[in-house]
Design a protein around this ligand. Sequence first.
Ligand code: TK8
Length: 365
Amino acid sequence: MKTTALPFSHLAQRAGRPFAALVTAAAMSFTAVAAHAATEMPPIPEVQGDVVEGDGNDYNLKFNIGLTQSSAQYRGLEYFKKIVEERGDGHITVEAFHSAQLGDDLQSVSALQAGTLEMTAPSTSPMVSMFPQFAVFDLPFLFPQPEDADRVLDGEIGQQMLEEASSKGLVAIGWAENGYRQLTDSGVAVSEPSDLEGLKIRTMQNPIHLDIWRTLGANPTPMSFAELFTALEQNVVDGQENPWNTIKSSRFNEVQQYATETNHVYTPFITLVSERFWNRLPESYQQLLREAATDMGEYEREVSRSMSDQIKQDLADSGMEITTLTPEQVAVFQETLEPVYAQWRDKIGGDLIDSIRDEASAEQQ
Ligand code: TK8
């Protein structure tokens, strides 16, 4: 077996893990991945790393996410649970909740602050009212390739943002992936901004997203993700935008006839812990949660990226009419959205935008 081909070799590269265990775990993941066809999610990897000593107390944490049980996000959460429970030797248990069972992104964040929920992983976008610097990720077409997002989030800028978001009752411990957003609607096949005229599009609760869809000529309405399926079903809105994986796992194709591959924004998920809970944990368990969040994020990206094309195909097979834009058509969207950059540059900080663009376009080592 070629070690270079190990699908999770990046997970094994982290220092401080017993080498033999890493090789075994990586080899097992490899075999399992090779056995699966492209239509299935990459299996949950073996847990790597030693058992972590705690302080003799037992802890239970509830981790609530917005997406459904069939999402890459939930798959990531299952892996997180497995890591924490195995390496914590049963002294920390993780209760996994999906589909906003304990609240949507913003409600979950409030619950973390209140100490009634221990963990969540929202999109950064609805959090800009608390952390304005997150708005930079909402700028259209900021990251041409997923690796560009990785370089920024896994590098200094991402680390600094996690530190800044570790305030207001929250501790931010990692990044994961929601992904590139695509448009769906029930009215018309959209291939240029003028097709959007008059379409009521649900956006996240985020001012840049409102500007994006206004600038494109649509009629945007901010709404919680938890209300979206019903709003689409009852024609309260005509369309919405989310990554292919999210469109499928939320079954939006059942209530939306058309989709357009716009890739207009890349949305990260941020992994958050309630500061009240965090402060009760021994340091060794805090470190365990950080490592588990990193592993979860890596795996979630892996799942999301390996599934995306197949899911787009599945959506087409299920009867959705999907428009794939030509480079020229993409350019029209990009040009139309240039004023959004001008409008937000000073508010977000030109330096931050420039350093993200530099980092995103930096040559990979
Ligand atoms: C899920 C949300 C969702 C986001 C949205 O909790 O609201 O459209 O893209 O995936 O974070």
